[in-house]
Design a protein around this ligand. Sequence first.
Ligand code: ATP
Length: 235
Amino acid sequence: MLLEVRNLHVGYGDAPAVWDVSIEVDAGEIVSVIGPNGAGKTTLINAIAGMLRSRQGHLRFDGVDMTRVRPHGFCEQGIALVPEGRRLFAKMTVEENLELGCYLPRPRAARAESLERVYGLFPILRQKRAQPAGELSGGQQQMVAIGRALMAQPRIVLFDEPSLGLAPTIVDDMFDIIVRVRDAGAAVLLVEQNVIKALSVADRAYVLEQGRIVATGLPDELMKQPHIREAYLGV
Ligand code: ATP
């Protein structure tokens, strides 16, 4: 297994947000975590990205115990995050934002090749490479955020609500891009409130509610469960 999360507990001060969560992602998979607002999806993904410390439990990536690894070490190991809200530097150019993804020595050595790969995936970004990122549309800014993650040559890309705030017409494109990221060789862990889309691209999925995993399985199986149908699919 590429990523193994076992009995993970994460919280803020005294307030627990994620309890006893176990999930796995293998190489070549797209795994989705769905759940309502405030369920703990961002907390979970930030802990896997090394941005938040877990209180208990294990986090292994490609056999390495990540529990004591410092945040920059997560990136070094090949874990890249596309954060909620994109978090770009609006006044810096598209290319400068992309380059922030390859500050570590190994990815920096492959900078030119990675840029070509990102521009191959997102030709519009090549056209806009010298423009401030803040002038791009929402969908294009999301492409910059994904491109920045890819510049780190990750083995897994963590997506936090990639469809949030995008025009409905762009949302389908965004999920196509996620599939292309996987097809290009990185595993994908996706947390989303857009349940139908998140299940439609996933190989497997987990349902997170109030900080706990309450269901897991193949997307087709989950979509047949009465609770999922009522709570998420409105049927
Ligand atoms: P959303 O879709 O709204 O982002 P989420 O499923 O990602 O929801 P989290 O943002 O992980 O959920 O929040 C889980 C719980 O942790 C919530 O009860 C939230 O209020 C709490 N929480 C999140 N961030 C903090 C923080 N910085 N300090 C304290 N509590 C927080």
